[in-house]
Design a protein around this ligand. Structure first.
Ligand SMILES: [Fe+2]
Ligand SMILES: [Fe+2]
Length: 379
């Protein structure tokens, strides 16, 4: 019935359970006594291979399990449709467990590769609380196998049993399926920028859009990112207006920003082509607004190499007041840098909050971990 495991995306104060089926049909998710049905406008959706339901986080946290239910429907007849037998699959779900601190892996720039990123993401084993996907997970959105690579990767890492937060990257904007891609991930009414809250962790997810101006010949007029960024500025402002319900809410202890492109760092300038130097005013405004959110760290990808930008360091720009950690390094055969022999094929970020410290280790697919960045939390 299912293509790989469902994904439990965290958005705002809800989980969005998204899953792919192998044939058309109707679907719903059961949690305890309640049914969450994949319907729209009074109708069960059936002529689709991707289904999604949303439910309040406390319902699933309390139940600790959910059941995905499906009935095949090859033809949607107007009268007396003939549905297949009910198929059910139960999944155990473990909400973030802070008793031993927070353990999360961050993957970015996997570019449709699955094997090496899966090995790197195994670092915390069963202690894993959360999977952060930070852009360029599919190589592009050009064919269904690219979008399904999200599910291959998340089946191997979160396995339907851990929450996931997904930030979109610039490569996700490219190809025939780019416009449908947000239906395959967590989104806020279609928007790919949002906040989330998981236990004492609060986060804001931003979508920088494409990495060159909308007018770039490469896009042929198919992108409209400038307008999205302006709307996103309004959204970030609205988060500050609701600070008491967001990053200043009772119980919040750790605050992160997850975004693909490290815009407050000069790493996007040094040695880079001028075509990538875009939207200085908008990204400057975002940085100014994010400075008010008491962020512990901003986690990024995109550069295909590791870097740390501390406030007021040489790499800092736009008056950034929080650290920016870039922690994803692909060296994959299908990626841009082929590797030979026993060299690491992929490096991910292992993000940990424990004993008053926030830490990012760079972890390769051989399991080798190197401390990249650490800070002691002030009381
Ligand atoms: Fe990338
Ligand atoms: Fe990128």
């Amino acid at each position: 019935m299912l293509y790989r495991d469902p994904c439990v995306f965290a958005v705002g104060k809800e989980y969005q359970i998204v899953f792919n089926t192998k044939e058309f049909g109707i679907a719903w998710v059961e949690v305890g006594e309640k049914q969450y049905r994949d319907s729209f406008g009074g109708l069960m959706r059936s002529e689709t291979l991707v289904h999604r339901v949303a439910l309040p986080m406390p319902e699933l946290d309390k139940a600790g399990k959910y059941t995905v239910c499906f009935r095949a429907l090859p033809e949607r007849k107007p009268y007396f449709p003939e549905l297949g037998a009910e198929q059910r699959r139960e999944y155990a779900f473990r909400p973030i467990d802070f008793s031993d601190g927070l353990q999360a892996v961050m993957l970015a720039d996997t570019h449709s590769n699955v094997e090496a990123p899966t090995l790197a993401a195994d670092y915390f084993g069963d202690k894993l609380d959360l999977v952060l996907l930070n852009g360029d997970i599919p190589a592009e959105s050009k064919q269904m196998s690219d979008l399904l690579a999200i599910y291959d990767l998340l089946s191997n890492t979160a396995g339907g049993g851990r929450p996931v937060v997904f930030a979109r990257g610039n490569h996700d904007y490219r190809g025939r399926l780019a416009i449908e891609m947000p239906q395959y991930i967590g989104n806020r009414d279609g928007h790919t920028y949002f906040t989330f809250r998981l236990g004492s962790l609060w986060g804001i997810v931003l979508d920088c859009g494409e990495d060159k101006n909308d007018s770039n010949v490469e896009y042929g007029g198919l992108v409209d990112c400038h307008r999205m960024r302006l709307e996103e500025t309004d959204y970030i402002r609205s988060v500050i207006e609701r600070a008491e319900e967001e990053y200043l809410a009772p119980g919040v202890e750790t605050r992160i920003c997850l975004t693909h492109i490290p815009f407050p760092s000069r790493v996007i300038e040094i040695g880079q082509d001028p075509i990538f130097q875009i939207e200085h005013d908008i990204f400057g405004e975002w940085t100014h607004l994010l400075n008010q959110m008491q962020l512990d760290v901003m986690l990024c990808g995109h550069m295909h190499r590791l870097s740390v930008t501390e406030p007021e360091s040489e790499l800092a720009r736009m008056d950034v007041q929080f650290p920016v950690v870039v922690c994803a390094e692909p060296h994959m055969v299908k990626g841009v840098i082929p590797v030979e022999g026993d060299e690491p094929h992929y490096i991910c970020g292992a993000f940990e909050v424990t004993d008053g410290k926030v830490t990012v280790h760079a972890v390769d697919d051989h399991g080798k971990a190197t401390l990249l960045w650490q800070k002691t939390k002030s009381e």
